[in-house]
Design a protein around this ligand. Structure first.
Ligand code: NI
Length: 290
């Protein structure tokens, strides 16, 4: 089973670095928000993964109650890309992306890319992703990952879609590919780099998105980066079922928990939660044409 298909809530996305278990304290307040007063968009969610197959309608209902206006379910291979499209067809607030995660790029055939191209043209598909390079899991040769990343970038450009980029321990190579292929629309998901990387990402015209890891007690460095970078370039995401925010550590993450990350970011930026919701949602609507 690929790592992303597992049901547990270990933070696969960023792994052990910066991740700590412990008491639920992160300086974020309580978050039972009245329906309709706030608006957030979860720009990277995996309700298309097995972790949600039983109860996704309840999860979506809870998300609505915390002010989630849209959920983008991100594909990681062909089956999960198809499932994301299925959910988008069934559920008003769901959108889909299609793509092959770098750790699933081994053994892909030309037919698979053709199928992906067909899926990318379905209704409510708003991006190609998640694609990129993952040198942490080390299960797929770098050259294979790179070729697949490049092919999917070409597909995104052909269809004029933004890309959702997965970058794990591969900063330099990811940047090099993005530059070489002149990628101008997309997001570096689950950002955990430093300010220099953030600046390089912006100079390409790309966005940065934050997950629950922004709320982790030991992630002062990431909060310092968030303080410096412009709101206009920021998106919010859960990457659920992974990376639950601090008050939900150890639990399965879900879109309704996005508000904890939003609260942390609003505090860092010194603005209201409402304002943060408006700006980040506008950014998401613009990038993904929701
Ligand atoms: Ni993801």
């Amino acid at each position: 089973m690929p790592f992303w298909a597992r049901n547990d809530c270990v933070a696969f996305c960023r792994g052990s670095s910066g991740v700590e278990r412990g008491p639920e304290k992160a300086g974020v307040g309580s978050s039972i928000l009245p329906l309709g007063t706030l608006m957030f968009i979860d720009t990277h969610s995996h309700l298309n993964f097995p972790a949600f197959s039983e109860d996704y309608p309840d999860v979506i209902a809870r998300a609505k109650r915390t002010g989630i206006a849209a959920i983008i379910n991100v594909g990681a291979d062909l089956p999960t890309s198809k499932r994301a499209i299925e959910l988008a067809q069934k559920e008003d607030l769901c959108y889909a992306t299609v793509g092959i995660h770098p750790t699933s790029t081994n053994n892909l055939k030309d037919e698979d890319y053709q199928e992906l191209e067909g899926l990318a043209q379905k209704k409510k598909v708003v991006a190609i992703g998640e694609i990129g390079l993952d040198y942490f899991h080390n299960s797929t040769p770098k050259e294979i990952q790179k070729r697949s990343f490049e092919m999917q970038i070409l597909l995104a450009k052909k269809l004029n879609l933004p890309v959702i980029i997965h970058n794990r321990d591969a900063h330099q190579d990811v940047l090099a590919v993005l530059k070489e292929k002149e990628v101008k629309k997309g997001v570096m998901h689950c950002f955990s780099g430093d300010i220099n990387l953030a600046k390089k990402v912006f100079s390409l015209g790309l966005h940065i998105s934050f997950t629950g890891n922004l709320t982790y007690k030991k992630n002062e460095d990431l909060r310092a980066v968030a303080k410096e970078i412009p709101l206009k370039k920021m998106l919010l995401e859960t990457d659920c079922p992974y990376l639950p925010p601090q008050p939900k550590r150890g639990k399965r993450n879900e879109p309704g928990f996005l508000v904890y990350t939003a609260e942390a970011l609003a505090k860092i930026k010194g603005i209201s939660l409402e304002e943060l919701g408006e700006i980040t949602s506008e950014n998401a609507r613009e990038l993904f044409k929701l």
